[in-house]
Design a protein around this ligand. Structure first.
Ligand SMILES: NC(=O)c1ccc[n+]([C@@H]2O[C@H](COP(=O)([O-])OP(=O)(O)OC[C@H]3O[C@@H](n4cnc5c(N)ncnc54)[C@H](OP(=O)(O)O)[C@@H]3O)[C@@H](O)[C@H]2O)c1
Length: 265
């Protein structure tokens, strides 16, 4: 496989870093020249990673192409390029549907959407792929877990999960700020939160048959301090509001999608 990237930014950097730190790191990579600094840095760091003179040279030399430009410029960038029918193209552009991308890169027959996350650089996390594609599943499988889905609405629904990361860190930041406000040293507060939440993150994997709500109930001892916060936030509809935000992101990602089926469990 000769793998080319159109757009060399944060996500491309993460994918190339992950690929080149995997046991089988033999894949040959050709990068488009922007961002110049990131592309030059990757080429310097890894063997068999080169920088092409322009975007078209990436297409002309590679059989597999990852599209990794921002959605705002994707139309302009892609419209200028000559794709071949036999290119295998993977779009990483989060907010463009596979159909929209396919229309922009005609006559390519094989177009896949994939959603890797930056933690792929450390070969962690999961990449979702639609439709199922064994070549891409094998490639991303070197970099973490892969979920292949048939249905684009399901792909879009799964994508919504990735919109919750910032809120997760804000949640931890609230605890951190509260601890500091009560005189706990910054580093000690951070370390305590990080180690506890790392351990908590393992709980669903160590008890795979236990639902999240069941885990919540396990921790919310009746009359205890976990139950207190859980009850207070629930009473203030914090979780309903959160679910409404998930709905809003889903509508943005998938404008024609059907509404949520029933209330939250
Ligand atoms: N980052 C994520 O967590 C993430 C996750 C999932 C999906 N995605 C998707 O992945 C895509 C890339 O995201 P990103 O975070 O890597 O963005 P990014 O860091 O902004 O990278 C995009 C790169 O495209 C380059 N570029 C600009 N104009 C170009 C052109 N005409 N031809 C080729 N390259 C050009 C930019 O170079 P300059 O710096 O020189 O402008 C920039 O380095 C987006 O569509 C995003 O939706 C990102």
């Amino acid at each position: 496989m000769k793998l080319g990237f159109i757009g060399t930014g944060a996500l491309t950097s993460a994918i190339v870093t992950g690929l080149k730190s995997a046991a089988d790191n033999s894949v040959s990579v050709l990068l488009s020249p922007r961002n110049e600094e990131i592309a030059a840095g990757l080429a310097l760091r890894y063997p068999d990673v080169r920088v092409a003179p322009d975007n078209q040279a990436v297409l002309d030399s590679c059989d597999t192409i990852m599209l990794a430009v921002r959605p705002q410029i994707a139309h302009d960038v892609l419209a200028e390029l000559q794709f071949r029918r036999d290119h295998r193209v993977v779009s990483l552009i989060a907010t463009l549907s596979r159909k929209e991308v396919a229309a922009l890169i005609a006559p390519v027959e094989h177009v896949t959407k994939a959603l890797p996350m930056p933690m792929i650089a450390h070969r962690q996390g999961t990449t979702i792929i639609c439709p199922p594609d064994r070549h891409m599943a094998a490639l991303f499988g070197r970099l973490g877990k892969v979920i292949e889905v048939e249905d684009s609405s399901e792909f879009d629904a799964l994508s919504v999960v990735t919109a919750t990361f910032a809120t997760y860190f804000k949640y931890l930041d609230t605890i951190h700020g509260w601890l500091k406000g009560h005189g706990v040293a910054d580093a000690r507060a951070r370390d305590y939160i990080v180690t506890l939440y790392k351990a908590l993150a393992n709980a669903p994997e160590t008890t795979p048959d236990t639902g999240f709500m069941h885990l919540a109930e396990d921790y919310a001892t009746r009359g205890g301090i976990n139950e207190q916060i859980f009850r207070e936030l629930t009473a203030r509809n914090v979780f309903d509001i959160f679910a409404e935000s998930l709905d809003g992101v889903y509508r943005r990602i998938s404008p024609g999608a059907a509404p949520r089926i029933g209330p939250l469990s």
